[in-house]
Each structure stands twice: as structure tokens, then as C-alpha cells.
Design a protein around this ligand. Structure first.
Ligand SMILES: [Zn+2]
Ligand SMILES: [Zn+2]
Ligand SMILES: [Zn+2]
Length: 133
């Protein structure tokens, strides 16, 4: 599976082995419809990707109780400005909605009630089909 859950499956994720070729080489009407559907799926995925890019996430960290020697980002240990070396990711916020496109949270964002695993902003919540309330 090459599905990127952020922008949904592509056509190859939806078809079993051989089905793509079978549809592509199918009777004229079937082939036309199939190719239009593939194009439409690609178009929608491109839109989702563009929105995701604008509403990119920024991780917010706090200090942790460990004595990390060094940052090790692949193991979730980061060297964070004003915090130090930490593994304590508190939540993620939206760069666009919470940081004005910059790289630090605004005052207003502190009132958003972010938590890990929750959508970072109403736009992303809508994409994920989650309710804001
Ligand atoms: Zn730690
Ligand atoms: Zn946002
Ligand atoms: Zn926020």
C-alpha cells in the first residue's frame, strides 16, 4: 500500500492486481469512464495536498524529566528553542491558523484547547470528517 492517509488512497490502492490494466483496456465506454474517474481522483488528491500544505502542523514541546545527552529527531528527541533537549511533545498546532504562518504560537492559540491526536485546526478537522465540537 502506498496510501498516504492524509490525502486518501490513490487509484492503485483501490484496485486489486490486474484490475487497473483490465479497466484501462476494457470496452471503450468503460475505459473512458475509468480514466475520467482516475483523473478526478488525482485532482481531488492534489487539492487536499494543497490544503494540507497551507495548514501544516507545528509541534509544541515542553520540558521532560529525562537527561537526554543529545537531540535525536528520529527517536523523537528534539532540541527546541526556549525548552532545551526534550522528548515531550505536548500537541501540534496549525502554522496557518495558530501561528499566522510563522513558527511560534500566537496568544490566541493558547485558548484553542489543542491536544495530541486531535485535528490541529477546524480546516484539518473538516478534512478528516471530525466535528469541531
Ligand atoms: Zn525526555
Ligand atoms: Zn489551520
Ligand atoms: Zn491553535
Amino acid at each position: 500500500m502506498s496510501a498516504d492517509k492524509d490525502i486518501g488512497p490513490d487509484i492503485n490502492d483501490l484496485l486489486c492486481a490486474g484490475e487497473y490494466a483490465w479497466l484501462q483496456n476494457g470496452p471503450k465506454g468503460v475505459r473512458g469512464l475509468f480514466l475520467r474517474a482516475v483523473n478526478e481522483l488525482d485532482r481531488l488528491r492534489a487539492k487536499l495536498e494543497a490544503v494540507r500544505k497551507i495548514h501544516d502542523s507545528l509541534a509544541i514541546f515542553d520540558t521532560c524529566n529525562h537527561e537526554h545527552e543529545d537531540a535525536d529527531e528520529s527517536n523523537g528527541i528534539f532540541d527546541v528553542d526556549n525548552v532545551g533537549i526534550t522528548c515531550n511533545k505536548v500537541y501540534e498546532v496549525c502554522r496557518r491558523c495558530c501561528c499566522g504562518g510563522g513558527d511560534s504560537q500566537t496568544e490566541e492559540c493558547l485558548g484553542h484547547g489543542h491536544s495530541l491526536g486531535k485535528p490541529i485546526c477546524p480546516t484539518i478537522a473538516a478534512l478528516e470528517g471530525a466535528s469541531d465540537e
